[in-house]
Design a protein around this ligand. Structure first.
Ligand SMILES: [Mn+2]
Length: 239
């Protein structure tokens, strides 16, 4: 099958709608939502939109876990998020696994996770040494690992032969240019960027999300540089 990987949407509904239009044109067989659906202005709408689609699989990200737990950092009012989402949606989020494995056309066994297969927070980047990435990922029988979490796309092959792809972030990319970032798996790995009306999205996000909306809309209008984001994440590794 061919699969679209959509990670780190973070409640950005305008970005998701634009990506879903592209996904539809692409004619994939399934969507994997790679974690961190919530933690943003339109989490309820994003959740309901994705749950209304056929052939969507979910893995749980750290933000999805934090909203279940009802607290945490990242400048998000998690208790307000919990109230908006309500118990039935929270129960669904609680049921999401850390990994989903699918057989993708031309690429073989493909393991989807948010950060690493065994946990939703550890960080690695496109410049993390192979041996450190291999250690974090642990024993992987799949040929390809697809993750998100750090909001910077990459496609790399470890010395072991394992291919590791970061699909990037739909809702809060750190790519130094505007858009929504995602990936198509099968028969090739395609790192994709979808353009949408970021100016309009920034206005609606600022209005919807109060103080945190200011930060979120700022990230959209002036996207952080991927090299700077990568250097920052490297400095946080193991810290
Ligand atoms: Mn995350």
């Amino acid at each position: 099958m061919r699969v679209a990987a959509l990670c780190d949407i973070h409640g950005n509904l305008p970005a998701l709608e634009a990506v879903l239009a592209d996904v539809e044109r692409e004619g994939v067989d399934a969507i994997v939502c790679g974690g961190d659906l919530v933690g943003g202005p339109f989490s309820v709408e994003v959740f309901d939109r994705l749950l209304s689609l056929q052939d969507v699989r979910f893995v749980r990200g750290n933000a999805d876990r934090l909203v279940m737990e009802g607290d945490g950092e990242h400048g998000v009012d998690w208790s307000a998020e919990r109230r908006r989402l309500g118990e039935p949606r929270l129960a669904t989020i609680a049921s999401w696994p850390l990994t989903v494995e699918l057989e993708t056309e031309g690429l073989g066994r493909t393991l989807f996770c948010h950060a690493i297969p065994s946990a939703d927070e550890p960080i690695f980047t496109r410049i993390t040494p192979d041996k450190d990435v291999a250690e974090l990922l642990g024993d992987v029988e799949a040929k390809l690992v697809v993750c998100g979490h750090t909001h910077v796309q990459f496609d790399r092959q470890l010395a072991s032969g394992l291919r590791v792809v970061n699909a990037g972030s739909v809702g809060v990319p750190y790519e130094g240019r505007r858009g929504a970032f995602w990936a198509v798996l099968g028969p090739m790995v395609e790192l994709r960027r979808t353009e949408y009306d970021v100016e309009a999205a920034a206005v609606s996000i600022r209005e919807a999300a109060g103080p945190t909306g200011e930060q979120h809309s700022g990230w959209l209008l002036e996207p952080p540089d991927p090299d700077e984001a990568t250097a920052y994440f490297e400095s946080q590794r193991g810290a």
